[in-house]
Design a binder for this molecule. Sequence first.
Ligand code: RET
Length: 260
Amino acid sequence: MTQTQIFEAIQSNQLLASSLWINIALAGLSILLFLYMGRNLEDPRAQLIFVAAMMVPLVSISSYTGLISGLTVSFLEMPAGHALAGQEVLTPWGRYLTWALSTPMILIALGLLAGSNMTKLFTAVTADIGMCVTGLAAALTTSSYMLRWVWYVISCAFFVVVLYILLAEWAEDAEIAGTAEIFNTLKVLTVVLWLGYPIFWALGAEGLAVLDVAITSWAYSGMDIIAKYLFAFLLLRWVADNERTVSDVAAGLGSVSRSG
Ligand code: RET
């Protein structure tokens, strides 16, 4: 299928197209709002959190532009064993690719907030990229139904590493850094929402095909709105109000200062 045909297929499915357009609009608004919210930040650590948070809607607007244009969407024939075996299934693989760029930004912002050391930050980010790239491989594998699920399991293994760092390591670091309250809010929001992604992948057309393509797309789009824009908004609002606390977070040194 040509890109124009894919573009037309997306546009003719209103439910699908609206799930993409809404995110382009919200990402655009978020970019403007976040620029305004971060305009007075002076501490380099607070600024670094700001840059990471800014990257989230910037990657998102690019990601959704790729999807709506048909550039990062393919019709893939599902292998034997799949519920839609032999059919060409609309696969928005650009989502999984761009998660490899957006989700590390979320983790970098969270790790900096928690006062993570470099080892934990590196581990979380690399495992997260591993999760997204193997998730992409799962969606793009058309030779074997079984191997699609092998990729899925590998991706889940990476995800467990990310969850461990968020729930155990950084939660403890944030207590020491004096940022536990906001960190815990953002941690719960992140963990609960991120768990939704593998669930919808499994239920959607790529997996068991219980849900149709447009419904799955809305599920991801809805989770994105909270996991990205609401997440970054709450984080930036707190950082702008507590710049002193952020600048006192000494990475990896176990600082106990609580000024701010
Ligand atoms: C996949 C499928 C394979 C198994 C697992 C997955 C996890 C994906 C996650 C995505 C989070 C995305 C976010 C995007 C916002 O920009 C790839 C769906 C574990 C957790 C937060």
